[in-house]
Design a protein around this ligand. Structure first.
Ligand SMILES: O=P(O)(O)O[C@@H]1[C@@H](OP(=O)(O)O)[C@H](OP(=O)(O)O)[C@H](O)[C@H](OP(=O)(O)O)[C@H]1OP(=O)(O)O
Ligand SMILES: Nc1ncnc2c1ncn2[C@@H]1O[C@H](COP(=O)(O)OP(=O)(O)O)[C@@H](O)[C@H]1O
Ligand SMILES: [Mg+2]
Ligand SMILES: [Mg+2]
Length: 374
């Protein structure tokens, strides 16, 4: 139920495929009830001429769009832009995206001692190669202690089909055929399951997905060349019904990582990257058991596949509206120490009593995928 005041307008700029998956009637309706309207941004007209928007969400690339956002911001200083293109940019490169995880580790080591038996996290060994002749440079491999098999990933992660084309490489012959710039990453056996951790502001949802199978040393001895694949964790994602989707992947059995541990990584990543809308892929290293490796971070992922997507997103936008309200009362100066000040908005509206409580999931799997506020 909306309050008497002005409604909260959220403009969205998304590619057609993303729009089709993200803007579902169930979300639009739930938001409407809470006084929030989702409005499509017309990419054929200047953004600054559109609105008014209290908030803009987007997943668009390029300098032209960046300029449009800047102009919009200049004309609408109280509107929030989720998220800033400068912050999103680091996720367009597979080296810089994981560097931030390495930086978290340093911060963690400094602030708390690692206790025996406790979960640890990191990233797989990896290196970037820019020139073809360097691909088979043994000294480079030794320097990084890299061994076959490796996963070859395009350096650029710009959302194109090409940027998702991976190959599992078993030997030097196949390695020589790769096209740099490419990231060579240690393949880590992980029980054939990845964990996708969706972050929506302060809310976090972790789900299991199918991944590449493990390879025994014996099996590896028989393998040659390379194997190409693309978006392996999404192969059955067209199945709409969540229950059927999980069953179809036989993922019932695998143990989930501890929620508190995952929430801690999510909270730190959110803060370090200054981003509200992202997910990250985590695998559990079977050699160690309680060691988790972050292998990928995606901006504005496929949220519609996330359990309770409507309520999680609705609560997020309600948070935005509340923040705006609060800011209108205390004034922006009071919040200047907050790094996220550029997202804070004023002249608010709406939102029924959202007290930050956990949203109720309509799905059966809610015990396994609870929404953890970070
Ligand atoms: O389309 P979806 O729903 O499969 O979402 C894709 C994501 O799937 P996920 O939610 O992680 O399962 C997908 O995640 P992965 O890279 O497959 O881990 C990407 O975020 C992809 O965006 P982009 O192509 O990298 O710009 C996302 O694609 P876009 O919808 O943004 O094009
Ligand atoms: N280091 C790794 N060890 C084992 N499997 C991996 C590793 N990196 C990626 N994978 C597998 O490859 C898939 C795609 O890799 P990812 O880096 O997530 O690229 P994308 O951006 O296309 O999702 C992952 O979901 C996982 O199944
Ligand atoms: Mg991925
Ligand atoms: Mg990705």
């Amino acid at each position: 139920m909306a309050e008497a005041g002005r409604r909260f307008g959220v403009g969205y700029a998304l590619m057609p495929k993303k729009q089709a998956s993200f803007i579902q009637l169930s979300l639009v309706d739930m938001l409407k009830e809470r006084g929030i309207d989702l409005v499509q941004i017309d990419m054929g007209r200047p953004l600054a001429d559109q609105g008014p928007f209290d908030c803009v969400i987007h997943k668009m690339y390029g300098e032209e769009w960046r300029k449009q956002l800047e102009e919009f911001r200049a004309g609408n200083p109280s509107a929030c832009i989720v998220d800033h293109p400068d912050d999103i940019r680091r996720l367009h490169n597979r080296i810089s995206m994981l560097q931030v995880v390495e930086e978290l580790k340093v911060e963690k080591d400094a602030e708390e001692e690692e206790k025996e038996g406790e979960e640890t996290f990191g990233i797989p060994k990896q290196m970037v190669v820019y020139e073809e002749e360097r691909l088979v440079d043994r000294s480079l491999w030794e320097e990084r202690s890299l061994k076959f098999p490796v996963i070859a990933k395009p350096l650029v992660a710009d959302g194109s089909a090409k940027s998702h084309k991976m190959s599992l490489v078993f030997d030097e012959v196949a390695l020589g055929k790769l096209k740099p710039p490419i990231v060579l990453q240690e393949f880590v056996n992980h029980g054939g399951v990845i964990f996708k951790v969706y972050v929506v502001g302060k809310r976090v949802v972790c789900v299991k997905r199918k991944s590449l199978p493990d390879y025994s040393d014996e099996k590896l001895g028989t393998l040659q060349g390379s194997m190409s694949f693309s978006q392996i964790s999404n192969l059955t994602a067209h199945v709409k019904d969540h229950e059927k989707y999980y069953k179809s992947m036989n993922l019932e059995e695998g143990e989930m990582p501890p929620q508190k541990f995952i929430a801690k990584i999510a909270r730190r990543l959110r803060k370090a990257m200054n981003l509200d809308l992202f997910n990250f892929d985590v695998i559990r290293d079977v050699r160690v058991g309680n060691r988790y490796l972050v292998i990928d971070i995606n901006y504005f992922p496929g949220y519609a596949k996330m359990p309770s997507y409507e309520s999680v997103l609705t609560d997020f936008f309600c948070d935005m509206a509340k923040e705006k309200e609060k800011n209108a009362i205390v004034g922006p100066e009071a919040l200047l120490s907050d790094k996220k000040i550029r997202k804070v908005v004023s002249n608010s509206c709406c939102s029924q009593g959202d007290d930050g409580a956990l949203p109720v999931s309509p799905l059966k799997r809610e015990e396994e995928n609870p929404v953890i506020p970070v």
